[in-house]
Write a protein of this length. Structure first.
Lengths: 417, 164
């Protein structure tokens, strides 16, 4: 019987001939990722009774959540992490300013096809864009991997999402991902591995695939894996010397459910407050006035996203009373957007250009909301209180829709600009 | 490993807020104190009736919602040794095993059980004995057994590292 991508990657990782759905295996992740929460993981690690981490070269720590430190408490956490990194000889440490972990880890050539990446962050799924099995885990689990190099995993059932056709103008992978979540629900893929494939996927740049894999977490999925192709190989050129294998699913692999999406039928959409599956068309929400627009985060802070915003905003001014915050996802993105004039064009339109990092997505700093306010965000979560205020509202959309809405002051279908 | 006890039967989509209310999540508590609040907003009688070895039987998507580890810890500290459900929310499932609480996926027991019935579970054999019926489930791997015997992932790992 044929095997899915998840089954084949996990079999390779464990050295078993094959693994099957429901089986509990001991995985040896190629990398274990954590961010500012590494200070809490250090606390768990210290209870395990060992001095040294097992494989310092497999630990990746990227400070991104509250960077630069938003308070003395955060600063102490960062300091504790830097001391631990130094003491343990952890090579893959990226300090304040390098960017968001789900952008920096791929940029450093660490997200490789056919590998297993576990991370103490729920959007670790993102790295599935490169054909890796990438999943979120708990903090105590990350501590155990630091100490032993291993963690148990249950082999998940898989859903297959076949993408075909081409997006219309101003329609993006973000609209597709939100549409899928609207269809299957925020619990539609709990514990599943969602496998994306088809001509529509292979046409899509890596940036778009990162959006799909990232948002698979909002379907409840354990992993969201894009079948890898030459575009992945091309993207990784110059970023890694490591050997890797493009593992593909078997033709006769068994899936629990299969879905087909025609990209030509997708329209600009939004997720209304307070759940990601509260889907509507952007054009149906023209009555919603926005106070703040956020372009950035691990979902949509990449160079292509910023260029899309520029396409809408260049030479124009955002609406009076709107605060537009732009967070390039990494230093690499920041530099590229600086060199090609994108940042200047956005700033001239009225945007505030912030440093690389998670920004206000998790409600800690850099754009926290007041009661009664509305933010339109390119992030992945719109839960009540997510951006620091339980009486504020968050709508989710693509960079095009976000930029168009900043221009008019209310939620706007970018095709109408 | 054998588990013997009485059952508490609940429905679908039991979320972590009713298992362990959010208002307690940032209060420092011992596992025993957490156990006093187990299932507080679902079944206030649970903590009064539960005894060592008891088993929760539920429908689909048990443990959905927040990732708080306290939900699994509270159920175990109250005395429960296993939860049998049609399906589990992913993070809750991991939290159960990592806290030493056995989570069994089975969709047959719900048809034959009512609250208070006696149940016996043989983990090695992968068998559930209930009201004259024998139901099967895939037995856990040796590693998961180790975690359950040690009482959770952190003590299991500590013991393993110490014995090396």
């Amino acid at each position: 019987m044929g095997k899915t991508l998840a089954e084949k990657i996990l079999a390779k990782n464990t050295g078993l001939k094959e693994v099957s759905v429901g089986q509990i295996i001991t995985s040896k992740p190629d990398y274990v990722l954590s961010h500012d929460n590494s200070s809490a993981i250090i606390g768990h690690f210290e209870k395990l009774g060992v001095e040294k981490v097992k494989h310092p070269e497999k630990i990746v720590i990227i400070l991104d959540h509250t960077v630069p430190a938003a308070s003395e408490t955060h600063a102490k956490g960062h300091q504790k992490i830097r001391n631990f990194v130094e003491k343990q000889g952890i090579r893959h440490f990226y300090d304040v300013g390098c960017g968001i972990c789900h952008q920096v880890l791929p940029e450093k050539g660490l997200a490789l096809p056919g590998t297993v990446i576990l991370g103490s962050d729920s959007h670790t799924n993102s790295h599935g864009a490169f054909g890796a099995f990438a999943a979120g885990i708990g903090r105590s689990e990350a501590a155990v991997i630091w100490a032993t190099g291993e963690l148990w995993l249950r082999v998940p059932e898989s859903f297959k999402m076949v993408l075909d056709g081409k997006f219309g103008d101003y329609v993006t992978p973000k609209d597709l991902a939100l549409a899928i979540i609207g269809d299957i629900g925020a619990d539609g893929a709990i514990y599943k591995s969602v496998e994306f494939t088809g001509p529509g996927l292979f046409d899509m740049p890596i940036t778009g695939r990162l959006v799909l894999s990232n948002l698979s977490a909002e379907m409840g999925a354990k992993a969201g894996i894009c079948v890898p192709d030459d575009k992945v190989v091309e993207w990784l050129k110059g970023r890694t010397d490591a050997d890797y294998e493009l593992i593909l699913p078997d033709e006769d692999a068994v899936y629990e459910r299969e879905f087909e999406y025609d990209l030509g039928k997708i329209e600009p959409v939004i997720a209304r407050p307070h759940t990601v599956d509260n889907l509507d068309l952007a054009k149906n929400a023209a009555d919603v006035k926005v106070d703040q627009v956020l372009i950035g985060t691990c979902t949509n802070g990449r160079i292509e996203d910023l260029r899309e915003a520029r396409k809408i905003l260049e030479g124009k001014k955002i609406a009076k009373g709107v605060r537009l915050l732009v967070f390039p996802a990494s230093r690499e993105v920041y530099v590229e957007a600086g060199k090609d004039g994108t940042l200047a064009a956005l700033a001239e339109s009225g945007a505030t250009i912030m440093g690389p990092g998670c920004g206000p997505c998790l409600g800690a700093h850099q754009g926290v909301m007041a009661p009664g306010e509305v933010t339109l965000s390119t992030a992945n979560r719109n839960f009540k209180g997510r951006m620091g205020c339980a009486d504020a509202e968050i709508y989710l959309a693509s960079p095009y829709t976000a930029a168009a809405s900043a221009l008019t002051g209310h939620i706007t279908d970018p095709r109408s600009i | 490993m054998k588990i013997q006890g009485k059952t508490f039967v609940y429905g679908d989509d039991v979320n972590t807020d009713v298992i362990f209310p959010g208002k307690y999540t940032y209060e420092p508590m011992t596992p025993e104190q957490m156990g006093e609040h187990a299932l507080e907003d679902l079944d206030p009688d649970f903590v009064k009736k539960v005894e060592e070895g008891d088993v929760i039987v539920a429908g689909k998507n048990f443990g959905c919602g927040s990732s708080r580890e306290q939900a699994a810890i509270a159920i175990k500290a109250a005395g429960c040794r296993a939860v049998i459900a049609k399906s589990f929310a992913r993070i809750f499932y991991r939290n159960c095993l990592n806290s030493g609480l056995f989570a069994i996926t089975n969709s047959e027991i719900q048809e034959v059980v009512k609250s208070g019935d006696r149940v016996e579970i043989d983990l090695e054999a992968g068998k559930i004995y209930i009201n004259g019926r024998t139901l099967d489930f895939p037995p856990p791997s040796s590693e998961v057994f180790g975690i359950l015997r040690a009482g959770g992932l952190i003590p299991y790992t500590r013991e393993r590292l110490a014995s090396k």
